[in-house]
Write a protein that binds this ligand. Structure first.
Ligand SMILES: Nc1ncnc2c1ncn2[C@@H]1O[C@H](COP(=O)(O)OP(=O)(O)OP(=O)(O)O)[C@@H](O)[C@H]1O
Ligand SMILES: [Mg+2]
Length: 324
């Protein structure tokens, strides 16, 4: 069966990654991890795949990076089919912490030189390339230390550098939860590296559980839920889908809380707080308050705030409980 991009030859130029209808099940009886996943990542963009534990993020990355195969569906990376043109895909990509296989007992510099040699560079060229990468990833000071002494952030920067030792540099980067477990400063440093890669024209697919990370870094964000893309767009698009603002009401009674819970997008039964979507205008907020509490006795306090990606995620991916 021809893939959709084969019917549309220009798609390969526009997209670094295209996936259509990917499915994957594990175990007996089979449990569906991916359930018809569609994905398109434009060349030169940073794309975040956002989802909770077990959503299928790593499975998706492994299929796209040719480490495993989908049960059905097709995918192309850098214009190559991930099954039929597996080697071409591998030459075009870098996957953090996988192909990199950094040796803990060697120094950062030794690791990079060795990998540059493996990609076919001469001894002199490999040394030069290692120096360049150490500088670019701010590792010059630690170049002569064994990797076992590196912090988590340094280690991940070295992983990324290791994926770049070849020439030409790969055009598509898969970063599977690149900042999980890092402290805020190391996370910022890694974000900077990702921006730099994108600035040089690379395409980046990163997975994350951090809404803030997707918000800050990605041109487009897809919310992965139960093996499908539940929503996709820019951070602004997605925030726009939940009415822009949220009116949090602290109710005076549990009865009032239960009566209104079905309309809310945010629930906090312990504090009797419910969040309702609003456009944030005075007229709408006033109308909501009047409608919900005409006698002025049921609402104790309220706060208004801009919708966050958390709100988007909850609104679009989970079943909001109608009552507690
Ligand atoms: N090789 C495997 N064999 C059996 N089950 C698997 C395998 N790989 C993944 N799974 C299951 O598939 C589901 C999705 O896993 P996956 O690793 O893709 O999720 P994830 O979104 O990357 O989660 P996390 O945020 O925890 O990394 C999980 O329930 C997991 O247990
Ligand atoms: Mg994972």
């Amino acid at each position: 069966m021809p893939s959709p991009s084969a019917q549309n030859p220009s798609a390969g130029d526009r997209y670094a990654i295209e996936a259509y209808g990917l499915t994957k099940s594990y175990g007996k009886p089979p449990a569906r991890v991916l359930d018809g996943l569609d994905l398109r990542v434009e060349r030169g963009s940073v794309f975040a795949l956002l989802g909770p534990n077990g959503a299928g993020k790593t499975t998706c990355v492994r299929i796209l990076a040719t480490l495993t195969t989908a049960d059905s569906g097709t995918a192309r990376v850098a214009g190559h089919d991930v099954v039929a043109e597996r080697s071409a895909v591998r030459r075009a990509i870098s996957l953090t912490g996988q192909f990199a296989a950094v040796d803990e007992t060697q120094t950062g510099e030794e690791n990079l030189r060795m990998m540059a040699r493996l990609t076919g560079l001469s001894r002199t060229a490999a040394r030069r390339r290692a120096q360049e990468l150490l500088e670019r990833f701010d590792l010059t000071g630690a170049a002569r230390r064994t990797v076992s002494t590196y912090s988590g952030g340094m280690r991940r920067r070295l992983d990324l550098a290791a994926g770049l030792t070849g020439s030409p540099e790969p055009g598509v980067f898969f970063l599977d939860e690149p900042t999980t477990g890092l402290d805020p400063r190391s996370r910022q440093e890694l974000w900077q590296v990702v921006r730099e890669l994108a600035g040089r024209g690379a395409s980046v697919l990163l997975t994350t559980q951090y809404l803030e990370e997707a918000d800050r870094l990605a041109d487009r964000i897809a919310l992965l839920d139960k093996g499908r893309i539940a929503a996709e767009g820019t951070a602004a698009d997605l925030k726009g889908r939940v009415a822009g603002h949220r009116l949090d009401l602290v109710l005076t009674s549990r009865e009032g809380y239960l009566r209104l819970a079905g309309r809310a997008v945010h629930h906090s039964p312990e504090t009797l707080t419910l969040g309702l979507p609003t456009d944030g205008s005075a007229a709408h907020v006033r109308a909501l308050l009047d409608e919900i509490d005409p006698a002025g006795t049921e609402i104790d306090r309220f706060t208004l705030h801009s919708a966050t990606l958390d709100d988007v995620f909850l609104a679009l991916t989970s079943e909001v409980p109608a009552h507690v």
